[in-house]
Design a protein around this ligand. Structure first.
Ligand code: NAD
Length: 474
């Protein structure tokens, strides 16, 4: 299968390419084009040319283009499922659900509106607050949920009248490139460009003077580099970064009833979700049965190649991440924690790690203090609610958090005190296009989704109109 980039409405290969590895086998199975600086410059020039006519379309006209794209994409979902599984590693059902979300996500985002606001309309005059598109948006995305993250950002950028250049992670570029091939026949040339590259392409984009905004989704460390680089021409920046989400389980719950939901909120996508539970605080009175319920789930799930329909958890997505998670594991063992399930890599050529439940561990270890982003969950004991709130908040991360209890009112009061962008009761929510999503503290800057997200792809403009023409100004 050949993979091409989308530049100025044309499919383009590149002079060089790089290998794409299937994490379930550890073997190269395809090659991706490797964009040159000249190709980025061409894409930026095309996006700038396309901007003036694209911005002058109405929201309804742009919605129509996006919906046509969503419908066309629908026709390719079955073909793309095995490709997404092979490059990303996730199980078939998860790939199907990620890809099927594309038309729905477009539909829901394009149901939002950004109306002009009238701030004043009286004898003094009329003051309007309008929102104008910014220009060219650079969209940089990670490897864990490559399609739905890209589609969310592309839709918000295009719907609000911007043109865009999107760059997938070099670990998972292929399904995104195929998406570009579908988009080629729908959008006017230059409106959407999709480029795939190695380590240089992201920094070229963030420093490019022809790009007006960067929407970046990835790790905290890279997010800080993006922010520094984007300051060269004061690009607008949205950063959706890593998390180390705490979930607090109060003593009034029945472990048997909620263990499965908590387990999947931590281990779906092999633990590689920004908004996964990564620190689980469980009250002392139910600690042992809760740990045992989680461990028995961890021992029973089927881990393997996502192409096997029975598989529930696939491999870690890439070798670097796999080694990082194994390092966390070694550190955890050195700290003397109790490994209740898993705790080791699985045999085979792929990047498989047994789902791991760790008990008797606390703050001060890497597993609790940092984001592992893999199939390993620390279960931390606590006795006192005030103490656990303090410990949950004692971090530079702030993406999500949750409280699990039979007393929803009490749960909501605790959730409101947790320092994170999204805090929930009896769920650990995933983004919804109508609800703002983003991180507090070092988990991000700004919000995606909802009208708040749409406005982040726009510049606010105040228009002052006098009530009547002053004398002598005819
Ligand atoms: P990463 O930061 O390594 O890479 C993300 C993207 O940035 C990739 O496309 C990469 O090629 C590019 N990149 C790398 N260096 C760059 C640079 N100097 N300048 C510009 N771009 C550069 O992250 P990852 O390992 O792909 O993804 C995992 C991380 O993403 C985790 O921390 C996870 O929590 C986070 N994440 C956050 C969200 C969210 O919405 N908050 C969603 C998904 C993933």
């Amino acid at each position: 299968m050949e993979f091409t980039q989308l530049i100025d409405g044309r499919s383009e290969t590149s002079e060089t390419s790089f290998d794409v590895i299937n994490p379930a086998t550890g073997k190269v199975f395809a090659k991706s084009p490797n964009a040159s600086k000249a190709q980025l410059d061409a894409a930026v020039a095309a996006a700038r040319r396309a901007f003036s006519s694209w911005r002058s379309l109405s929201f309804a006209e742009r919605r129509d283009y996006l919906q046509r794209f969503g419908q066309a994409f629908k026709g390719y979902i079955e073909e793309l499922i095995p490709l997404l599984v092979r490059e990303q590693g996730k199980p078939l059902a998860a790939a199907r659900s990620e890809l099927s979300y594309t038309p729905l996500q477009i539909e829901r985002l394009c149901a939002l509106e950004v109306p002009t606001e009238v701030l004043r309309d009286n004898a003094q005059g009329r003051v309007e607050l309008r929102y104008r598109p910014l220009g060219v948006v650079g969209i940089i995305t990670p490897w864990n949920v490559p399609i739905s993250i890209a589609v969310g950002r592309i839709t918000q950028a295009l719907y609000t009248g911007n043109t865009a250049i999107q760059k997938p992670s070099p670990y998972t570029p292929l399904t995104t490139l195929k998406m570009g091939e579908i988009a080629r026949d729908i959008f006017p040339p230059g409106v959407l460009n999709i480029l795939s590259g190695g380590d240089d392409l992201g920094p070229w984009m963030t420093a490019h003077p022809g790009i007006d905004k960067i929407s970046f989704t990835g790790s905290v460390a890279t997010g800080k580099k993006v922010l520094a680089s984007a300051s060269s021409n004061l690009k607008r920046v949205t950063l959706e970064l890593g998390g180390n989400d705490a979930a607090i389980v109060l003593e009034d719950v029945d472990p048997a009833k909620i263990a499965s939901e908590i387990f999947w909120a931590a281990f779906a996508n092999c633990g590689q979700i920004c908004l996964a539970i990564k620190r689980l605080y469980v009250h002392d009175n139910i600690y042992e049965p809760f740990c045992e319920a989680l461990a028995s789930l961890a021992r029973s799930v089927k881990v393997g190649d996502g192409l096997d329909p029975e598989v529930q958890i696939g491999p870690v997505q890439n070798r670097m991440q796999y080694e990082k998670v194994l390092d966390f594991l070694e550190d955890t063992k050195r700290a003397g924690a109790r490994i209740l399930a898993g705790g080791h890599a699985l045999d085979g050529p792929g990047y498989f790690i047994a789902p791991t439940i760790v008990a008797d561990i606390k703050e001060g270890t890497r597993l609790v203090d940092e984001e592992p982003f893999g199939p390993i969950l620390p279960v931390i004991r606590y006795n006192d609610v005030e103490d656990v709130i303090r410990r949950a908040n004692d971090t530079r991360y702030g993406l999500g958090a949750s409280v699990w209890t039979n007393d929803v009112k009490k749960g909501a009061a605790i959730a409101a005190r947790l320092e994170a962008g999204t805090t929930s009761v009896n769920q650990h929510n995933l983004p919804d296009p109508h609800i703002p999503f983003g991180g507090a503290k070092e988990s991000g800057l700004g919000r995606e989704y909802s009208s708040l997200g749409l406005k982040s792809y726009m510049e606010a403009q105040v228009i002052n109109i006098p009530a009547a023409q002053p004398q002598g100004m005819k």
